[in-house]
Write a protein that binds this ligand. Structure first.
Ligand SMILES: Nc1ncnc2c1ncn2[C@@H]1O[C@H](COP(=O)(O)OP(=O)(O)OP(=O)(O)O)[C@@H](O)[C@H]1O
Ligand SMILES: [Mg+2]
Length: 363
């Protein structure tokens, strides 16, 4: 099933006045795709998912399942969640506490009045896929967070939905469980081949799970792309800052054209390779924002060679790697290093992999 959102908007009226939680969103999720919506708290992720599920009505725009509009403001179409046949996993799992695991998973089928034998087969199959066959007689209160999570997912997949909608399903789990559930979810989705829309504020989750990812900010889509695309070619500062486990370095710089293209920063001139120079020229201004990821900053003990010089202020150990905070004039530059040879207070020369430099218009 292909999912298409066309000029989709949702306004809420509340005590605080009118809030546009989703603004003019255009998006297509392809058949069998694992698509992730990533953005900070309050950016409209759950609202968007609820619109697709049929739990909210759009205040403008249209939602199509294949060529079939399931919600359209202009055409006054609104299909109920049941008619849409989507399966949703909520952040809080939303299991029925008084029902056994078996009956929790069977619930959507009982509502659809399947017969007993069919229900039993479907529940057993779903439980088997998720490795919870031994828990069918337990109550949710007797289960761990990870087990409850599996039950919620089993309930969602028990009836082959058109689309799978997941709202931060792993956020209540501890780090280790989150990682193993992530792998399981990805494999499960590949096996079931069901179009999936997955919401998270966790960039690692988004980048590891998504075939494609949309970055959402204040109800709008900032950029859509493959994880690598978003990481290597962020369209704006928001996207650049939002991705990366150590945040990208961002500085204002001046562009100078003089037998080549340079940026001037901290009183130093740094030459740009041709494709970066082209990018800078396309911005048509001499005041740009220069972004460089910590892994694209390297250090030298020899402070004479590189033109930018700084002092190590702080050293953060991140497992095998080290994140160094280096002061240059009034700025702090973050650099990732795989070596532990550095000391605080040490003077260093700083080099940037300028082929990997990002340039943006000033905000
Ligand atoms: N029923 C509602 N009535 C009024 N405002 C709402 C309603 N639901 C959501 N909002 C507002 O819409 C905006 C988007 O909310 P939403 O829950 O979609 O964000 P989110 O991205 O899912 O955030 P989080 O990551 O914290 O779950 C917020 O400003 C929220 O306060
Ligand atoms: Mg939410």
């Amino acid at each position: 099933m292909r999912l298409e959102l066309i000029n989709l908007s949702k306004k809420f009226r509340s005590m605080r006045g009118e809030i546009e939680a989703v603004k003019d969103v255009d998006l297509a999720v392809e058949e069998k795709e694992f698509f992730v919506l990533l953005g900070p708290s309050g950016c409209g992720k759950s609202t968007l998912l609820n619109l697709v599920a049929g739990l909210e009505k759009p205040t403008a725009g249209e939602i199509k399942f294949d060529s079939d509009p399931v919600a359209s403001f202009d055409k006054r179409i609104f299909r109920s969640p049941k008619e849409r046949n989507v399966a949703m996993v909520f952040q809080n799992y939303a299991l029925y506490p008084h029902l056994k695991v078996y009956d929790n998973i069977a619930f959507p089928l009982k509502i659809e009045k399947w017969d007993k034998g069919e229900i039993e087969n479907a529940v057993k199959k779903a439980a088997d896929i998720l490795g919870i066959s031994g828990l069918l007689d337990d109550k949710p209160s007797e289960l761990s967070g990870g087990q409850r999570q599996r039950v919620a997912i089993a309930r969602a997949i028990v009836r082959e939905p058109n689309i799978f909608l997941l709202d931060e399903p792993l956020s209540n789990l501890d780090a280790q469980l989150r990682m193993s559930m992530r792998t399981e979810l990805k494999n499960l989705q590949r096996r079931l081949e069901i179009t999936t829309l997955y919401v998270t504020h966790d960039q690692t989750e988004a980048l590891t799970l998504g075939d494609r990812v949309a970055i959402l900010n204040e109800g709008r889509i900032e950029q859509v792309g493959s994880p690598l695309d978003l990481y290597d070619k962020p369209k704006n500062i928001f996207v650049a800052r939002f991705l990366g486990s150590s945040p990208i370095n961002i500085f204002n710089a001046k562009v100078i054209e003089e037998n080549g293209t340079y940026i001037e920063i901290w009183g130093n001139r740094i030459q740009l390779p041709e494709d970066r120079a082209e990018k800078v020229r396309s911005l048509r201004t001499d005041k740009v924002v220069f972004g460089i990821r910590p892994e694209d900053v390297s250090l030298e003990r020899d402070t004479d060679r590189p033109s930018v010089k700084g002092r190590i202020e702080d050293i953060e150990l991140l497992g095998r790697e080290t994140l160094l905070h280096i002061s240059v004039k009034d700025s702090i530059i973050r650099a990732l290093s795989d070596s532990s040879k550095w000391e605080t207070g040490q003077n260093v020369g700083i080099m940037f992999v300028m082929e990997k430099a990002h340039f943006f218009e000033a905000e």
